[in-house]
Write a protein that binds this ligand. Structure first.
Ligand code: SF4
Length: 500
């Protein structure tokens, strides 16, 4: 059987504001995971439209397309094309789960929720000549999952080919997050066995890894055992976590000893009322400043995620947030405009309030205001979003944030990491055009490794712990959100997040 698996390009990836490097980070791990369930005799290819042109002239028997909200229109176009050619077309992913009736108009079969149970069930029925129309995930486990088909990934096209996922979902329920709708009808957080996870990690070449789990630390016992198993492997890795997990006694120490060097953190807002309103209860009453200092002491860099447009946000939120992040010495930041994805609790609330302004899915990219904000205009929200990026990544801001640190080694790493990511666009584009972005991986490893050791506090004298802040963390005067797209990171995602 000839099988074609496709990750269509997100609409924003084709825009003139596109930073190509942001879409050349992670390979389509979700599709490679599903490919593991195919027979050895099947001929399978994976094509990722972010890094290569699709071959639409082929004649596969079965086509599987992963659909995100901003790739939905493109995905439907590709699906219609292959259906006209007689292929059996499957659509799955977060957007399909949110809006199954829309997806069904373009598919022979759709998948709702994660695919560990439904995809193999479909394959059995398809081979028997009686495929179903809709498969709803119910039984969820990663135990015994076949090996991810990493041999199908074109590693040289990605800066981070070693992306890994050892869990699914998240134990929390932020109202803007896809997690609740995607995992509806079954377990919403589960992990691999530790031995299974360690075996996969051990099989990956090179040193650098990126865990794309929604919440790697969601089960502290699992995470601690995993990190103990990784100690001594010589890995350097990045991941996402919560403020709560950073402040959990001993967990980050184990992670840092196992090679953690940078962490994506959903601060989301500096405003406690915003946190409550959006059910981000695990951030309430947490000291963001303490969390950042703790990571710094362990040699772990911070990628801070913030969301603008919550009901407590007025036009001052942008400058206050950026100023706070710079003063805290945050290395990289991602900003998002609050986006009411269909299927989320937030979406239901805004629909009930008559505040949804657009249902053009191409605009649901966290860069556009697709709803009517409570305390500012949509125009102000979008302008503030772009200004935040400009201000945070000015050289003067990068240097100020670097100088919030006490040690020269920390300052230099900050400048190399933030500057390398945001100020070397021509270089990134050169390697992408040459289809050799993977060549930059050793440089990334050098920055992570060379500066990432636990810092001696005596290099410049005692570490100052009283960095001035304009708004005390979670003071109610303006704090930050976790990424609304965070749940996209599980089996079906990878590409969207963590791009500053
Ligand atoms: S936003 Fe982050 S913490 Fe909240 S439910 Fe989603 S993945 Fe979990």
């Amino acid at each position: 059987m000839k099988v074609k698996m496709i990750l269509p390009a997100l609409t924003e990836a084709r825009s003139p504001f596109w930073r190509p490097i942001k879409y050349s980070l992670f390979p389509p791990l979700g599709l490679a995971t599903l490919a593991g369930y195919l027979d050895g005799s099947d001929q399978v290819v994976i094509e990722d439209e972010h890094v290569e042109a699709l071959d639409l002239a082929d004649e596969p028997d079965l086509v599987a397309i992963q659909v995100y909200i901003t790739s939905a229109y493109r995905a439907y176009q590709i699906a219609d094309h292959y259906r006209r050619k007689g292929a059996h077309v499957c659509l799955g992913g977060i957007h399909v789960t949110s809006l199954p009736s829309e997806a069904l108009r373009h598919a022979d079969t759709i998948f709702l929720g994660p695919g560990e149970d439904t995809w193999p069930a479909f394959l059995r029925e398809f081979r028997a000549g009686r495929p179903g129309k809709v498969y709803q995930s119910r039984v969820r486990t990663l135990i015994g999952q076949p090996q991810v088909r990493r041999d199908l990934i074109k590693r040289h096209l990605y800066l981070v080919p070693n992306s890994v996922v050892v869990s699914r979902g998240c134990p929390h329920s932020c109202d803007f997050c896809y997690k609740s709708s995607f995992f509806r009808g079954g377990q919403s957080f589960y992990t691999q066995g530790v031995d299974q996870a360690l075996a996969e990690i051990g099989s990956l070449p090179g040193r650098h890894l990126y865990f794309l789990d929604d919440h790697l630390f969601g089960n502290p016992a699992f995470a601690a055992e995993l990190f103990e198993g990784m100690r001594g492997m010589g890995r350097l890795w990045q991941a996402g976590g919560t403020v709560k997990s950073i402040l959990a006694p001993g967990l980050m120490e184990k992670a840092a000893e196992a090679g953690l060097r940078s962490l994506f953190i959903g601060f989301e807002t500096l405003n406690e009322e915003n946190l409550r309103e959006h059910h981000k209860y695990h951030n309430l009453h947490r000291d963001y400043h303490e969390a950042i200092l703790h990571l710094r002491d362990l040699g772990v860099m911070v990628n801070a995620s913030f969301v603008f447009g919550m009901d407590g946000d007025d036009e001052t939120v942008f400058d206050r947030t950026v100023e706070w992040a710079i003063e805290q010495g945050v290395e990289t930041a991602t900003f998002h405009i609050l986006t009411p994805y269909p299927g989320t609790t937030l979406h239901k609330r805004l629909v009930a309030q008559g505040r949804i302004a657009s249902t053009n899915w191409d605009l649901y990219d966290t860069r556009h205001a697709v709803f009517r904000p409570a305390r500012t205009s949509a125009n102000t929200l979008e302008k503030g979003y772009w200004r935040s990026y400009r201000e945070f990544y000015r050289w003067s801001s990068i240097l100020s944030a670097a100088w919030a640190k006490q040690l020269w080694s920390q300052r230099l790493r900050h400048i190399a990491y933030a500057g390398g990511w945001k100020k070397c666009e021509a270089l990134w584009n050169l390697f992408i055009r040459a289809r050799q972005v993977g060549i930059m991986a050793p440089l990334l490893e050098t920055i992570l490794a060379g500066f990432g050791k636990r810092q001696a506090k005596t290099e410049l004298g005692p570490v100052q712990t009283s960095i001035r802040t304009t708004a005390p963390a979670c003071s109610g005067e303006g704090a930050l959100p976790a990424d609304p797209v965070a749940s996209l990171r599980t089996i079906t995602s990878e590409q969207l997040l963590r791009r500053g």
